[in-house]
Design a protein around this ligand. Structure first.
Ligand code: PEP
Ligand code: MN
Length: 273
């Protein structure tokens, strides 16, 4: 018996299904979320959103508040970035996800976006977890940089304990001794979480590898291992991206990956609409 009682899988319990507009996350449905690491301009986001919709992506994601290691790196457009995301949703009809890094951003973000992302660096920001737990939008909870599965599920428990059970977990790689890749994508985490919890599990091979050339193979592996969806960074011109260009796919590469995922999904008993 585990002590994170709200998010632990109980015998016979059905998978949690989270419905966001027309997108169904969990329960055998595969959801593909894509977008730039950061919202950089209205033109960039609207054009990329249009191209990603054409690829068949189900949801869009872009950062407005960016948690950057250096205070001198691009920090995101803030509320303007959220407004651009809302306009992109209007244009494409696709739901949007964005990260909130501080409780003071939450009210603002709530009005513009469909899913609130808690990033790795905030996985144990307990005040923020409790606040997103009090509101009624789904939360995408990324794994902490060096968090164990148990610590991650405890973080999810904070959100559930505050009343919000619409939690999506996202494996994004962990720190290891390896330096060739930005992080080490923990494929074990996907089937392990399926045993431990009913919450849907997404995979982020972009941060999990940090290298564009490795994103598609690791995305395919994650889907085969049982992920309920993928989160992929895409940029129309990765070499010019203001953040994470090195790990970003082009829309053409994203289109190819979608076709590959469509072949894998039925082979592992899943539906990719
Ligand atoms: C991101 O999603 O762009 C991000 C900053 O990811 P993580 O929190 O996983 O590092
Ligand atoms: Mn990023």
């Amino acid at each position: 018996m585990t002590s994170y009682k709200l998010v632990a899988r109980r015998p016979g319990q059905a998978d949690t299904i989270i419905q966001i507009a027309n997108c169904r996350i969990g329960g055998g449905n595969v959801v593909v979320v894509a977008g730039p690491c950061a919202v950089e301009s209205e033109y960039q986001m609207l054009e990329l959103g249009r191209q990603l919709k054409e690829c068949g992506v189900h949801m869009l994601r872009g950062g407005a508040y960016k948690p950057r290691t250096s205070p001198y790196s691009f920090q995101g457009l803030g509320e303007e970035g959220l407004q651009i995301l809302a306009r992109t949703r209007e244009l494409t009809g696709l739901p949007v996800i964005s990260e909130v890094t501080d409780v003071r951003e939450l009210d603002k973000a709530y009005h513009y976006i469909d899913v609130i992302q808690i990033g790795s660096r905030n996985m144990q920001n307990f005040a923020l977890l409790t606040e997103v737990g009090k509101q009624d939008k789904p939360v995408l909870l990324k794994r902490g940089l060096a968090a164990t599965l148990e610590e991650w599920l405890w973080a999810a428990e904070y959100i559930a304990a505050a009343g919000n059970h619409q939690i999506i977990l996202c494996e994004r790689g962990i720190r290891s001794f390896e330096t060739y890749t930005r992080n080490t994508f923990d494929i074990n985490a996907i089937p392990a979480l399926k045993e431990l919890t009913c919450l849907p599990v997404l995979a982020d091979p972009s941060h999990g590898t940090g290298r564009a050339s490795l994103v598609a193979p690791v995305a395919r592996a994650a889907l085969a291992a049982g992920a309920d969806g993928l989160l992929i960074e895409v940029h129309t011109n990765p070499s010019q991206a203001l953040s994470d260009g090195f790990q970003s796919l082009t829309p053409q590469e994203m289109g190819r990956l979608m076709r590959e995922l469509r072949q894998i999904a039925p082979a592992v008993g899943k539906t990719l609409p």
